[in-house]
Design a protein around this ligand. Structure first.
Ligand SMILES: Nc1nc2c(ncn2[C@@H]2O[C@H](COP(=O)(O)OP(=O)(O)O)[C@@H](O)[C@H]2O)c(=O)[nH]1
Ligand SMILES: *[C@@H]1O[C@H](CO)[C@@H](O)[C@H](O)[C@H]1NC(C)=O
Ligand SMILES: [Mg+2]
Length: 476
């Protein structure tokens, strides 16, 4: 009925026979409203992922079994509709979304540490690219999972495993559980908690402010409000020179770090590819065969291995942006005692000169020639003694990786050079390969990273916490 009227209406126009026009006009308004709301709904539903569905062979994994396992953690008592005796939770609802794995992990660790210091049970969400309800999203022409359960990537008390025996703290709970036992939350706004901060450029002072606030609260269900965004933001914490300095000694020796580990999925990928990573002359036990003890013991150094992080892709645009903003290295890579310090030069007269861009380009987007040169320099340094195997961790294109490999092979003797592109991964592992690379970087005898990258800096964080020599961390 409607289409017929609307068609008549559209064909008739406003100035045709008056008797028909009035009725048709009203019908037209109704049709117009329907079309507009339909188009709006279509747009909403048509957002990447929700209605747009990738062809089966490209559909990313959903890691359902990891999510299920999280729900079955023993600390989740699903018969409860409110927190148990003495249970007090803390959830950072404003955690990052839509950023890479390095950004997400560094924040997750710090949030978990905050909850630990506040004596609260940490609530963990998924590693979240997108929380619009979609199962997968399109990024850079690729389909990726919109969310990945943290337990598919990491293990430890911050994803619900027990704390070590000597620590009096309860393991983290899933957000799904938190939502069940805490239908009503006490929401804290970041700017209120930060109001009296002496300096926001200190992770220690920020953490202190939260701990003090939270410790005064009786309510068992506390969350940092979603609207506030992350607590530890780039331009106050990760991207600010020495912002981590005061917190480092307590953070790095806390069980959050000492009992951090990689998921069995990630470790299996490492074991399966160990022929590409561990020098043949070494006999190293597989990770899978050993029960977890600690971060430091499990992820011991691999003698002879040099890992290098060659950051490509979005860095083609990102590095010039860093130059424009006069940004520095991130996280622990800018500690004073680190080799290869990056000096932020002030811009001359507010202009980003060619020299200024070039200053950044060399450290952020080194050419094949510059990479070969740096690798040669490190091999002849004391820290580089005995290196005979090279692993290139990269998001660069295969053609570029091939070119780089050939140049490195032409310039020196190697038992083996392999790269992220050579790893043999199953479908589940493909979408967590950044974690596999981080594990390799964490264990290499020497690691040359990109000091602007959080993927680099989080690997270096683990190396420092596990007492790898400071001079085994190098940067372009
Ligand atoms: N597998 C792998 N992925 C990488 C590498 N470098 C960058 N990526 C990808 O790019 C994203 C980079 O984001 P992030 O981890 O936040 O590091 P950042 O952007 O360099 O600070 C990662 O999550 C990966 O998806 C690499 O060396 N190996
Ligand atoms: C996390 O991801 C899983 C899918 O892997 C999904 O079922 C779940 O609803 C997501 N959210 C939470 C809070 O776990
Ligand atoms: Mg990033």
């Amino acid at each position: 009925m409607l289409p017929r009227y609307s068609r008549e209406f559209l064909l008739s126009g406003f100035d045709s026979k008056p008797t028909v026009t009035r009725r048709n006009f009203l019908v037209g308004i109704v049709v117009f409203a329907l079309v507009v709301s339909g188009a709006y709904a279509w747009r909403q539903l048509g957002r990447p992922g929700l209605i747009a569905i990738p062809p089966t062979e490209l559909a990313p994994p959903l890691y359902t079994e990891y999510h299920e396992a999280e729900l079955h953690l023993p600390q989740h008592d699903w018969s409860k509709t409110r927190p148990g005796d003495g249970q007090r939770f803390f959830f950072v609802a404003g955690h990052v979304r839509g950023l890479g794995w390095g950004n997400a992990l560094q924040e997750h660790l710090m949030n978990a540490y905050l909850a630990y210091r506040a004596g609260r049970i940490f609530v963990f969400d998924n590693y979240t690219w997108n929380d619009d309800g979609s199962l997968c999203s399109k990024y850079n022409g690729h389909w990726i999972p919109s969310q990945i359960p943290y337990s598919a990537l990491i293990r430890g008390p911050i994803v619900g495993e027990p704390f070590p025996d000597n620590v009096h703290a309860s393991p983290a709970v899933s957000r799904v559980y938190f939502d069940q036992v805490c239908p009503k939350k006490l929401k804290l706004a970041r700017n209120a908690v930060h109001a009296d901060l002496v300096s926001k450029f200190s992770a220690e002072l920020v953490t202190d402010a939260w701990v003090t606030t939270i410790r005064e609260i009786e309510d068992p269900c506390v969350e940092e409000s979603r609207k506030s965004g992350p607590i530890y933001v780039h331009y106050e914490t990760w991207g600010v020179r020495l912002a981590l300095k005061d917190i480092w000694s307590s953070f790095s020796t806390s069980p959050i770090i000492t009992h951090f580990g990689w998921s069995s999925l990630v470790e299996r990928a490492f074991d399966h590819n160990s022929g590409l990573i561990i020098p043949k002359t070494l006999s190293m036990p597989t990770l899978a065969d050993h029960p977890f003890t600690s971060n430091a013991e499990r992820y011991s150094p691999i003698p002879g291995l040099l890992a290098i992080h060659v950051r490509r892709g979005d860095y083609e645009q990102h590095c010039p942006r860093l130059a424009q903003n006069s940004d520095g290295f991130v996280g622990v890579t800018n500690f004073q005692d680190m080799p290869d310090q990056f000096v932020v030069l002030p811009k001359q007269g507010g202009e980003t000169t060619i020299d200024h861009f070039e200053h950044y380009r060399r450290r952020c987007y080194p050419t094949v020639g510059e990479i070969v040169e740096k690798v040669a320099e490190i091999r002849t340094s004391p820290a580089g003694t005995g290196i005979n195997q090279l692993y290139i961790m990269t998001n660069g294109r295969p053609v570029f990786v091939q070119e780089l490999k050939e140049a490195l092979l032409a310039a020196g003797e190697w038992n083996m050079i392999s790269s992220s592109r050579d790893l043999v991964l199953d479908w589940d592992q493909k979408f967590v390969s950044q974690a596999v690379d981080m594990l390799i970087a964490q264990r290499a005898q020497v690691f040359i990273g990109n000091g602007f990258s959080t993927l680099t800096s989080t690997a270096v964080m683990m190396r420092l916490a596990n007492s790898f020599p400071t001079n085994s961390n190098r940067f372009w």
